[in-house]
Design a binder for this molecule. Structure first.
Ligand SMILES: Nc1nc2c(c(=O)[nH]1)N[C@H]1C(S)=C(S)[C@@H](COP(=O)(O)OP(=O)(O)OC[C@H]3O[C@@H](n4cnc5c(=O)[nH]c(N)nc54)[C@H](O)[C@@H]3O)O[C@H]1N2
Ligand SMILES: Nc1nc2c(c(=O)[nH]1)N[C@H]1C(S)=C(S)[C@@H](COP(=O)(O)OP(=O)(O)OC[C@H]3O[C@@H](n4cnc5c(=O)[nH]c(N)nc54)[C@H](O)[C@@H]3O)O[C@H]1N2
Ligand code: SF4
Ligand SMILES: [Mo]
Length: 734
């Protein structure tokens, strides 16, 4: 054995900068990369003007996630007869797909092929810029994504109120005096639809400057424990609570609407029946508290209501999200500093000319409405298992794990086994991708470029940062190239590169041409820079954006490359007139589609609440289903347990494990007694249930699939969103 020469420094070790792609906070990271291109360390980038050195345990484990030995490095093909996997070359993998998908479409039509796009697509350049090419190529209405298991209620509510589902106002965290937060736990999640690195620090700063934080949650979470006040609320009843606040604002003459709105009288009328006394019995929040919240929101110099996943993935998700912004409007806090504001990202989102309209088409089996080009993921199972014209026979999943994340997860597991053909674009062989015929692995994050096209639209401060790939790709295709080649393969177009043909560059050239022409700047094509066609597209979008060089500003790709720690673009600014796309040209305070959902809300009010309901939970060292394979992130408090109040344990005579049953299924799970949860409520984290995964570490901490319990037959009607919180269950000794 040769002793390592410790005296000679490894000159190939370098510190490199990159945005963290692991959650919505978009923190700057400083990575240590060794001579073998392995990431051996990750710290917060102190010079990032937005995250200022903040890092969480996931970001600090970037190296373990990036270098996970279970990550797939080559395409995998499954032999259907034996179930055995073999690795194949890229050309062969795409040839196989090209041989099957077009044939299935020719025989059964375009609807026979479904697409599911998972959450990490929101965190990759490939998912944002190139997944749309695959959607277009497939031409199917059966497009599903994690959005209808997540934020679609917010987008539908904003679409109806502001005319644009991407116009989502965010709390102006750094300037507000008062935050009423419902169904969010940013101390664990670091926030969502609110890009705010070091969310915990920002909340601490709010309180330090004399502001107040009120948290409404059925659990006393870490966020609640740090708030000025925590209010326990019965799961699924936030709409009643918010209506109680709206009622009080009108009843006590506390409204102060400083902007042009339509529908004020209709909102007042809708809130009339939900007086604080009436709603208190249902929500568990006393009437006097509801009144006080209304008065405090109205009296605070600036205030904002912010509600997230606990209120979105609930039976009245869209109505709740609507009421959040109704209150922001009624208290004069929409589009004003310290209130709920719209970010001005350096790259524009999709520019919409007509008002948002949901339900342009409907799902085949359950007749559920499309929103933003997608059908509710809760009905993917029905489309696969219900025979008839248009039945889904082939599926492509990209960066998604619906077996663990969709409401019908456990049933999807069985349904996927019955598909004629399945392709997964994914870095792991896991609970979902094990059903694929072909798995196409993306490169490691450190080999991929990063720009937060989506998340910076929801940032609490205007900011931009670009990270080029830090480690060469070698002979693997980028994830962008995989998307484009997949799109070509399913279309029967040339999908493999040749000496004179690069599918990715050809696609980008087309996009560049079209965009240049539409913007009337074809003659400036030569000014674009970028070492890849993807970078040239980013350069063009930056130049045409609100701060862009071709738009009276200074920003282009070069500016971002010259500022590798990121660029601060200033505090949020009022810009409602720019974002509004409603027919009336004003904020629609009482959209007909939402008023129409109130009958359902009233009907639920008239029925007795379930005795015991299930809610979800997130842990700091976890992210949905796919980070349980990093040894640093599993174990300790990050475990799949059922949180339950000691009174319920005594009442139900529970021991160490419990059998939890819902209308959809059952699981047996260890219980975790805690008085931080309301009696009558139990909480189970999602993303577990790894018994069938090929991820070695995850399998040792398998846990159970919470989505064996969530019921795909119950939906938030206006958005079709899945319901994960407030699921009626029974809990008995196991
Ligand atoms: N019960 C319950 N269910 C829930 C929720 C809940 O609160 N409770 N939350 C919902 C929410 S908010 C969400 S967002 C969804 C998430 O739903 P999904 O997106 O379906 O689930 P993830 O666990 O995020 O799966 C991500 C997949 O992408 C792969 N992956 C990771 N990085 C990359 C990459 O860079 N490229 C590619 N191609 N693949 C990658 C991983 O291996 C994994 O298979 O779950 C939803 N499900
Ligand atoms: N560490 C970690 N970070 C993550 C993720 C993760 O899995 N782990 N996932 C990422 C993703 S995809 C998302 S979408 C975001 C989500 O980010 P958040 O919205 O902050 O999500 P959670 O941390 O699940 O917090 C939701 C809270 O809602 C509460 N709740 C449940 N039901 C109700 C209800 O009916 N009413 C009210 N008022 N509260 C309720 C729960 O007790 C919980 O505390 O987090 C992201 N960040
Ligand atoms: S908070 Fe999110 S973005 Fe920041 S380091 Fe953690 S995982 Fe990464
Ligand atoms: Mo999410």
């Amino acid at each position: 054995m040769v002793a390592p020469n410790l005296a000679a420094p490894d000159t190939a070790v370098r510190n490199l900068l990159r945005t963290c792609p692991l959650c919505e906070a978009a923190c700057g990271l400083e990575l240590t990369v060794d001579s073998q291109d392995r990431v051996t360390g990750a710290r917060g980038d102190k010079l990032d003007p937005f995250s200022k050195g903040f890092v969480c345990p996931k970001g600090a484990s970037f190296g373990q996630l990036d270098g996970d030995p279970d990550r797939l490095t080559e395409p995998m093909v499954r032999d259907r007869a034996t179930g055995a996997w073999r690795t194949v070359g890229w050309a062969e993998a795409f040839d196989l797909i090209a041989a099957r998908i077009p044939a299935i479409r020719a025989e059964y039509g375009a609807q026979a092929i479904a697409l599911y796009l998972g959450n990490p697509n929101a965190h990759t350049v490939a998912g944002t810029l190139y997944a749309p090419a695959l959607i277009r190529a497939l031409g199917t209405k059966n497009v599903f994504s994690a959005s209808t298991a997540d934020q679609m209620p917010k987008q539908v509510a904003c679409g109806l109120m502001f005319g644009d589902p991407l116009a989502v106002p965010v709390p102006d965290l750094d300037r507000t005096d008062y935050v009423l937060m419902l169904g969010a736990n940013p101390l664990e999640s670091n926030g969502s639809l609110c890009t705010a690195p070091d969310f915990p620090g920002r909340l601490q700063a709010l309180r330090a400057r004399g502001g107040r934080l009120i948290v409404v949650d059925p659990r006393r979470t870490r966020t609640a424990a740090r708030a000025d006040e925590h209010l326990f609320v019965r799961p699924g009843t936030d709409a009643y609570l918010l209506f109680g606040i709206v009622h009080t604002l009108f009843a006590e003459g506390l409204t102060d609407v400083g902007i042009a709105v339509a529908g004020l009288d209709e909102v007042r009328a809708a809130a009339a029946e939900f007086d604080p006394e009436t709603v208190a019995a249902r929500t568990g929040v006393p009437a006097e508290t509801v009144r006080r919240l209304a008065r405090e929101l109205a009296a605070a110099p600036t205030a904002v209501v912010y509600a997230r996943i606990g209120t979105c993935t609930a039976e009245f998700g869209t109505v709740t999200q609507w009421l959040v912004d109704v209150i922001n409007v009624l208290t004069g806090n929409l589009d004003t500093p310290g209130g709920a504001m719209f970010a001005t990202a350096a790259v524009r989102g999709i520019v919409r000319t007509k008002p948002f309209r949901p339900g342009r088409w409907r799902s085949r089996v359950r007749d559920l409405p499309e929103s933003m080009g997608e059908l509710p993921v809760a009905t993917l199972i029905d489309e696969i298992t219900t025979p008839g014209d248009g039945q889904v026979r082939a599926l492509i999943t990209a960066a998604g794990n619906p077996v663990l994340s969709a409401p019908s997860g456990a049933r999807l597991d069985a349904a996927f086994a019955g598909l004629d053909f399945m392709v997964s674009l994914d870095c792991y062989l896991n609970e979902t991708t094990r059903h694929a015929d072909v798995i196409l692995p993306p490169p490691r994050p450190v080999q991929s470029p990063h720009y937060d096209f989506a998340l910076l639209q929801f940032a609490v401060r205007n900011y931009a940062r670009f990270s080029p790939p830090l480690v060469p790709l070698g002979d693997r295709p980028s994830e962008a190239a995989v998307y484009v080649r997949l799109a070509a393969a399913v279309s029967g177009l040339p999908h493999n590169p040749a000496t004179d043909y690069d599918p990715l560059a050809a696609f980008d050239e087309l996009v560049l041409d079209t965009t240049l022409r539409q913007a009337g700047v074809e003659q400036r094509r030569h000014e674009l820079t970028g070492s890849t066609s993807t970078e040239q597209r980013l350069d063009l979008m930056l130049r045409l954006g609100p701060y862009g060089e071709w738009n009276g500003g200074h920003l282009n790709l070069r500016t971002l490359l010259d500022n590798p720690h990121g660029l601060d673009l200033g505090p949020l600014r009022s810009r409602l007139a720019e974002v509004l796309r409603t027919a009336s040209g004003t904020v629609e305070l009482a959209p007909a589609a939402l008023l129409a959902d109130l009958d359902r809300l009233r009907a639920r009010f008239a029925t007795a609440p379930a005795e015991m309901v299930l809610i979800g939970r997130r842990h700091l060292r976890s992210n949905n289903s796919w980070m349980h394979n990093a040894p640093r992130l599993v174990g300790g408090t990050n475990r799949c347990t059922l949180q339950i109040h000691p009174d319920d344990i005594a009442r139900l005579g529970l021991g160490e494990r419990a059998l939890v049953k819902s209308a959809a299924g059952s699981v047996t799970v260890p219980i975790e007694p805690t008085d931080s949860i309301m009696p009558g409520v139990v909480s189970l984290p999602h993303g577990w249930g790894h018994a069938t995964s090929s991820q070695q570490v995850a399998r040792q901490h398998a846990g159970v699939n919470a989505n064996a319990l969530t019921d795909d037959s119950v939906l938030d009607v206006p958005s079709g969103n899945a319901v994960f919180n407030g699921v009626p269950v029974s809990v008995t000794p196991a």
